[in-house]
Structures are given as C-alpha cells and as structure tokens.
Design a protein around this ligand. Sequence first.
Ligand code: C2E
Ligand code: CA
Ligand code: CA
Length: 434
Amino acid sequence: MTGLPNRLLLSERFHQVLAEFNQAHSPIPVLYLDISQFRRVNSTLGYELGDHLLKTMAERLQAFVGFRNLVVRLGDDEFAIIIGTMGAELSEVEDIQPAIARVAQNLLWAISQPFTVQDRTVFLTGCLGIAIYPKDGSDIDTLIRHADIAMHEAKSQGNSQFKLYQPITEITSDQLALEADLRYALKRSEFQVYYQPQINLKTKAITGAEALLRWRHPQRGMISPAEFIPLAESTGLIVPIGAWVLQTACQQAKLWQSEGFDNLQIAVNLSAHQFGQPKLCEAITRTLQRTGLNPALLDLELTESALVQDVDSAISTLKQLRSLSIRVSVDDFGTGYSSLSYLQRFPFNTLKIDRTFVKSISQDAKSGAITTAIIQMAHQLQLQVIAEGVETQAELDFLSQHGCDLAQGYLFSPPVSAEAFTELLYRRAWSSLK
Ligand code: C2E
Ligand code: CA
Ligand code: CA
C-alpha cells in the first residue's frame, strides 16, 4: 500500500546497500521510526484516511532521505530507514554521531509538520532509535533489534525524541528498577503534592497554586517529576497517578477555600496520555463532585504536544471541559509547535510563557521581543498570560512593564508543601516586592 518494501525484503535490500555503500567500510546508520498516536488517528478518522496518511508519510520519508537510501515498512506504524549514503559522504576522520543527530532531528521535524489528508489536518510525531552498522551489529536483524531498543528508550523520554543504541548498561537496568518501584509508589503513599504560588502582578496577591507532584523514594530520596513522569507516561501509570494528584489538589483547594481563600485557582498538569483518555471529562467531573470544589477554580495545564496529536478530538475535549466551567492553560508556550493558528482554534483561557524565554528576557533583546509579542498576541486573543520560572527582580520588572498578568517562580517561592503554602496565603501578598 505504501509502495515501500516490507520486512521480508529487508535482509535482501540491506545486502544491496552494503554492496553499494560499504566498500570503503564506512558506517551505516539504521533508524527505527515509530509514529506515535497513529492507531488513534486510525480509530478516530477511519482506516481509509489512515491508509492515505501512511502513504503520504511513506512518501515524505523517502523524499527526506533521498531515493538512494532505503525506507522499509516494518509494521503498522513503524519504519526502518537505512542511510547508506551518509557514511560515504563523511571524511575519514569525521565522527558519524553528530551527523546522525542532525539527520534524526530534521527527520523528526519533517514528520511533525502537518499532514493534509482529504481536507483534514493531522499532526503526527515520531520517535527514533538508531543503531550503527557495523558497531552495533553486523546483520540486519541485530541492527533492527538494537535500533528498536533505542527507540523505546527515546519514547520513554517523550514525543519527538531520538536515541542512539547503547549496549545494556547500569542505566537501563536502573530504569527498569525505577519502573518497578513506580508501580508501587501510589500504594506505598510515596507521592506528595507540592504547590507553587501564582502571583497577580498588579495586586501582588496570590491568585492561584500550581500542583506539582513529588516522589519520595525510600532509597533514592526525592526524584524529580521530570525523571519519572515520562516513565509513568510510557507505562500508562500516569492515569492512576494523575487521578490521585487531581483528587489531592482539589481536596486541598477546597480546604483553602473553607479557610476563607475563596478565589484561589488550583492548576493541575495533565500529560498527553492523560489528556487522551476516553473518559477524561467524566473522571474530572466525578473528582470535582467528590471534593465539592467549584469547577471554575480548576485550571488544567496542557502542553502543545498533548493537543496537536489529534486536533479535532482535542478541540472537542477542551470544549467539553470549558462547558463545565473548567479553565485550560497552555503550558510551556514557545517551546513546542507554537502554532498561532491553533491558539485561535483551541478554547484556552491562559497562556504560560515558558521559562526558557523568561530566563533570557532581561539580557537578550530577542527573547524580550518574543515575550512582548506573545503577551500582546495573547491579550488580543483574550487570553490571560502567566510567566513561569521568574527568578529575578529584573525579569519581573520586564514582565510587569509589558503587561503580563501573572507570574510564578523562585523569586516568589519554590513549590512547597500544603502546610507551607497555607502560611504563604496568610502572609497574603508580596508587599516586599516593588
Ligand atoms: P512544568 O509544568 O513546566 O512545571 C514547572 C517546573 O518548573 C516545576 O518543576 C517547578 O518546580 C519548576 N520551577 C518553578 N519555578 C521555577 C524557577 O523560578 N526556576 C526554575 N529553574 N524552575 C522553576 P518540577 O516540579 O520538577 O516539575 C517538572 C515537570 O514535571 C512539570 O513541568 C510538569 O511537566 C511535570 N509534572 C509535575 N507534576 C505533575 C503532575 O502532577 N502531573 C503531570 N502530568 N505532570 C507533572
Ligand atoms: Ca505546568
Ligand atoms: Ca511549564
């Protein structure tokens, strides 16, 4: 259907590649590509459209690597790409790894560009694992197996990632152990939710809190969510863990409300896998009912990549959430797709400017200009703007001067326990700040 050779032809074609390109014994990268969310596209948009999409994908891949290189369809949504020309183009002393990293990055970018199939726009992402002939294997089966292992490693780190194969090391067995521990962490009550204040820049009052998950591992101590959330995502454990965070945060917000902090917003992060759950709205509604929290006080933080995987179903989920009066924020804005057209299509309330921009605004004129433009554009779209990762007074001054509505960051407070946050609330405002 895709017009590409399949797995059965792989070995034969690989020998042809070796014969053509390996005379100078140059290395040959074998890439294992897995398209994320393809099955979901298939089941929501139908198989006919799915087939069409695959065909377009196959063409895009072949065009990207050029016709002298080999693209093979391995399975439903998996491809092998063998770039024979690459080693041949390198000088003898040049290391192949940086060149591969460049190609991998560009390839992932090419995949993430929108596909238009029968008047619909579909966004896909992929993950890549890479093995290099002959270092990582002398036959194609071994190379594919190793590239597959690397691909899974890449996938556990999120969307659009790539990894070069590394022979089994301490690290991978470490990862397995961590995964096993993660399965029990909920039962053993090793999780805790921390809260970071969100400050209104005009009144200097705390208007909200972002709930951030913490894991106290009995042997390893505190483990950063940046380390275990991707693992929880790839194993599906994020669903029960996320439900627990939501329940805990809503309960806590209700408690603060009953202490008189009436309008305190509670922001909860939802990762891509959570957002894609079939009964998301029902689960959230039940949690709100159980805890008695006003839905208008709940703010869900979503990253762009969680939304673009299936634009139409994302829009309908967001609309459903909004009809329940729940608020929605775009997290990490500026780091992902940052497509201006979808800002208009998705019914967001708030845009969170990523801390990579905030970090450089006071030193770098370009970041300052981008931040200013984001604020203006958001306001024109009737969106509220919050800056995250604010660490210095200079950053705060810049943001205030340019009309940013809210801010969050170490300058005000790091994420703290519920008890410590309660104390912050009683202090009420950052009167010490300008
Ligand atoms: P995020 O949503 O972008 O959260 C902001 C991160 O920046 C937090 O890291 C926070 O501690 C950190 N941060 C806050 N202020 C500053 C600052 O001034 N400077 C610097 N350098 N960092 C600051 P944390 O808590 O390690 O969380 C990392 C990521 O893990 C979060 O990024 C979020 O994507 C994810 N995460 C955390 N909790 C949850 C959760 O309950 N569910 C899901 N799905 N993801 C979560
Ligand atoms: Ca967040
Ligand atoms: Ca963020």
